[in-house]
Design a protein around this ligand. Structure first.
Ligand SMILES: Cc1ncc(COP(=O)(O)O)c(C=O)c1O
Length: 437
């Protein structure tokens, strides 16, 4: 080519949640049935939408207007409904004009960082949902900038680490929070969330809260929305229907802008995002139309409660299976539908294996573990896949230096759930005892 085509940041775009699938498919082809624990898609895990929700969607399909473009920002009636829902919480107030729809939150995340100047950085959690960390790093042409979540403290953010990083890096313009969190499954208490606001206020930053799991909490946990605690600080909440409705294939998510009018530069970011969507014309319309009908239905609250209770029950089953293994850190979860398990320091070494009976799978795994860049947790993940047929995601691919792996809490079939986590437990014990460090 006459000129360089791709800028440096492009190498930050990787998504192990899907990459691992390519390897799992090869194992499957060699005759091993796979237990898929890699992706947070409730539908893939046998979740069934109730008839009343489907009937609402069918009604909309029968209306020809559903097939046109919507307003660039999104369907007005839906934005009014969502603004009202937010305002009923009694925190930061918004109008329909402060809401902007996207083709899923993935699309919103990609756009969010794209327009910031490369030197302006948004610091996010580590481990991180990698769509955020990759998109932010790609915009800055370098690695993600992160604050630590601490597995020894219920995966809560290390606020001193965050404070020092913000204080000594004047390039940081924003802080990103995921609450409830993917990949740790933690729900943050109000006291911690208020400290994010204090830091943002002290250093003139904006806040971004990915709240796609806001209504996915269980076993007594309560989640707080950014609007509840942000006060006068500028911020963006990111929400969607992929997880709670759940309709991940709808590709429908939105941003809510708080306090934009008080901060001209932040307001410019919001306007830029709106203009970018205008150039694109609009986002997927049909799922937007369903939102007031479904979320406004008197059955929705109980429906969420029932789904959350099921996830909570699975959290307990997984806890029973995986707690009590000395060499790992296990935290019971209270929100979203993931759990991240960490190997304690010093318990991993390059000689560990899990016996693989299928000769061709064994050959595959032995080849993979020799690949460049395969660190200790990927090594475990490959052996678990080959020997036990369970496909999990290595923690190191969530912008983290910790070694571990992420599982989901989504399997609806209790027999399969028990089988999956017995296999993970057996895999862990066999791997960790196969060659002591
Ligand atoms: C924290 C978080 N944000 C955003 C997304 C993407 O959601 P969407 O399906 O709306 O693109 C996910 C999906 O797993 C997620 O876990």
């Amino acid at each position: 080519m006459r000129q360089l085509l791709i800028r440096e940041g492009a190498s930050e775009l990787s998504y192990e949640i899907r990459e691992i699938v390519k390897k799992a498919r090869l194992v499957e082809k060699a005759g091993v049935s796979i237990f898929w624990e890699n992706i947070g898609d409730p539908i893939q895990k046998n979740n069934k939408l109730p008839e009343w929700i489907k009937n609402n969607i069918i009604e909309l399909i029968n209306d020809d207007l559903s097939f046109g473009y919507s307003d660039s920002k999104g369907v007005l009636k839906t934005r009014e409904f969502l603004a009202d829902l937010n305002n009923q919480r009694g925190g930061a107030r918004i109008s329909a004009e402060d809401i902007l729809f996207f083709n899923g939150l993935g699309d919103a995340i990609a756009k969010l960082y794209q327009f910031l100047v490369p030197a302006s950085r948004v610091i996010g959690p580590s481990p991180a949902y990698s769509t955020h960390s990759s998109a932010e790093a790609a915009h800055a042409n370098t690695h993600p900038l992160t604050y630590n979540l601490n597995p020894a403290d219920s995966w809560y953010p290390d606020m001193d680490d965050l404070y020092m990083k913000v204080k000594y890096n004047p390039n940081i313009v924003g802080i990103m929070i995921i609450n409830p969190d993917n990949p740790t499954g933690m729900v943050y208490p109000l006291s911690i969330l208020k400290r994010f606001v204090d830091i943002a206020r002290e250093f003139n930053l904006f806040l971004i809260a990915d709240e796609i799991y806001l209504n996915v909490t269980y076993n007594g946990a309560q989640s707080y929305a950014l609007a509840d605690y942000i006060e006068e600080v500028p911020g963006i909440s990111m929400k969607g229907i992929s997880k709670e409705m759940p309709w991940p294939g709808s590709r429908c998510g939105w941003m809510e802008f708080y306090n934009r009018k008080s901060y001209p530069e932040f307001n410019r970011l919001c306007t830029t995002l709106e203009n970018a969507k205008m150039i694109e014309v609009s986002s997927t319309k049909l799922p937007q139309l369903t939102i007031p009908k479904i979320m406004g239905d008197h059955r929705y609250k109980d429906y969420l409660k029932c789904n959350n209770e099921k996830i909570g029950k699975r959290a307990k089953i997984i806890s029973e299976k995986l707690s009590g293994i000395d060499q790992i850190m296990f935290n019971e979860t209270y929100g979203a539908f993931y759990n991240t398990i960490v190997f304690k320091n010093g318990y991993l070494n390059p000689k560990q294996i899990i016996e693989i009976k299928n000769a061709s799978v064994k050959a595959l795994v032995e080849e993979w573990v020799k690949e460049e860049g395969v660190n200790f947790d990927k090594r475990f993940v490959y052996y678990l896949l080959g020997a036990k047929g369970v496909c999990v995601v290595p923690l190191s691919s969530f912008a983290s230096g910790l070694m571990g792996f992420r599982v989901t809490l989504l399997e609806e079939n209790e027999t399969i759930l028990n089988e999956t986590f017995s296999r993970i437990r057996d895999g862990l014990i066999e791997y960790l005892s196969s060659a002591r460090a």
